[in-house]
Design a protein around this ligand. Sequence first.
Ligand code: C2E
Ligand code: CA
Ligand code: CA
Length: 246
Amino acid sequence: YYQPQVDAINRNIIGCEVLLRWNHPIQGVVSPDRFVPLLEREGLIFSVGEWVMKRAIEQHLRWLERGYPPVRIAVNFSAPELHERGLATRVIELVHHSGIAPPWFKLEVTETATVKNFDQVARTLGKIRASGIQIAVDDFGTGYSTLSYLQKLPVDIIKIDQQFIKDIPYSSEDKTLVKAVIAMAHNLGLDVVAEGVETEAQAQFLRRHLCEELQGYLFSKPLRAEEFEQLIALQVSEIEEELTLF
Ligand code: C2E
Ligand code: CA
Ligand code: CA
């Protein structure tokens, strides 16, 4: 499934996060929170992760072929994938051989997953990033990161976890925290994405404090590829309409 990530100012779709679903014959759609830990435990996450990357890139290229502007795709990587040996080479080769321009491919790695073996993880991410692929620190704020940790981690984007967004604008603690995270990220030259944006008030608060991108049910839930394509088609026709008005 693909969930839109929109520009906080004009709300155009810039990219999407790729979110895995399992269509179980009896249980219906199973959430990744239930099956990703299983895949990790059984050592299957590596092949599933590779399949997700390939499918997402194919989808990106298909949308391009159909004439839509490029949609950046963000793929989640869990801790075991991040710590796998030879990961950087594998990801770089996959991306470079697939035909996607590297900046349109983004890896989301959780803050917690980067803490263990920090030096090795930083080297791996550094290689991947040097190839032009974007790196985002996911679930930011839920781990134990310090300023010096962030400074040393080769990343482009911080993704603020939804738990800090959900009580905005009512919780003044969360508002202060989110403002501080955005300011800190900008001082380090990083962009900020907020996840779990569900209300107009949250979107406005984030825009006012210069958060670059928003993601959440306010804009769209995760969609099947065909449904996502309808959204981008609508956006393209709206932009074309605006242009003809001038
Ligand atoms: P995550 O990376 O933090 O993904 C964001 C989760 O928030 C997704 O849950 C998404 O559906 C949900 N979400 C998005 N907007 C809103 C909103 O406005 N409100 C609320 N309440 N929730 C929102 P989902 O799809 O169930 O995924 C759960 C987790 O499973 C993800 O958390 C990610 O860590 C993991 N995951 C999903 N796909 C993959 C994958 O392909 N590989 C790996 N390794 N992990 C994955
Ligand atoms: Ca994510
Ligand atoms: Ca999250």
